[in-house]
Design a protein around this ligand. Structure first.
Ligand code: GAR
Length: 190
């Protein structure tokens, strides 16, 4: 499986996918990493691991992912021979131009037990709602925000003294375990 990764931030999930490939638990290869954030650490991680990396230029829009930019992103992923696209902390909504090119082949990881707490800073939403359990979800991407069919989930407890940081860190441990498992499930079903 040839993976393309889109991310906007630190890229710890990309690193976990890479680690799973290297230790032989995930039969795949990361062939391209793209980020809409030129300063994102995910780009440094990619280049220091010898993975081709590039910037998605969203033309100054803060959160919009313009159609023509999505079409160009799809072209770059196709040119790299990508089979499965993994969103790993990618903070823009993917829509038709990109979804149409990779039907059923775009995955996202989200730091909540969807359908609870879609959107930004899900772990803060869970704390604010007084949840006693949190977790993460890998799901297929559709046109909604964190609404596509769930592939798998992992649960973590919320403790009374949790801060947003401590809860997110506990969720991320599970994210790093879950994403490679989900990719294997999807690859096996293709
Ligand atoms: C992860 O916690 C991921 O679940 C979240 O961003 C973080 C990225 O971390 N994604 C979302 O909230 C998407 N709605 P990373 O850059 O270290 O992988």
């Amino acid at each position: 499986m040839r993976l393309g990764i889109l991310g906007s931030g630190s890229g710890s999930n990309m690193q976990a996918i890479l680690d799973a490939i290297e230790d032989g638990t995930l039969d795949a290869e990361i062939v391209l990493v793209l980020s809409d954030n030129p300063g994102a650490f995910i780009l440094d991680r990619a280049t220091s691991n010898g993975i081709p990396a590039g910037i998605i230029d969203c033309q100054g829009f803060k959160s919009k992912f313009p159609d023509e930019v999505q079409a160009d992103t799809a072209r770059r992923l196709l040119e790299a021979g990508v089979d499965i696209v993994c969103l790993a902390g990618f903070m823009r909504l993917v829509k038709r131009p990109l979804l149409d090119v990779f039907p059923g082949r775009i995955l996202n990881i989200h730091p909540s037990l969807l359908p609870d707490f879609p959107g930004i800073d899900a772990w803060k939403q869970a704390l604010a709602a007084g949840a006693t359990e949190a977790g993460c979800t890998v799901h297929y991407v559709d046109e909604g925000m964190d609404t596509g069919p769930v592939i798998c989930q992992a649960r973590v407890p919320v403790f009374p003294d949790d801060t947003p940081e401590s809860l997110h860190a506990r969720i991320q441990i599970e994210e790093h375990r879950l994403y490679p498992v989900a990719i294997t499930l999807v690859a096996d079903a293709l």
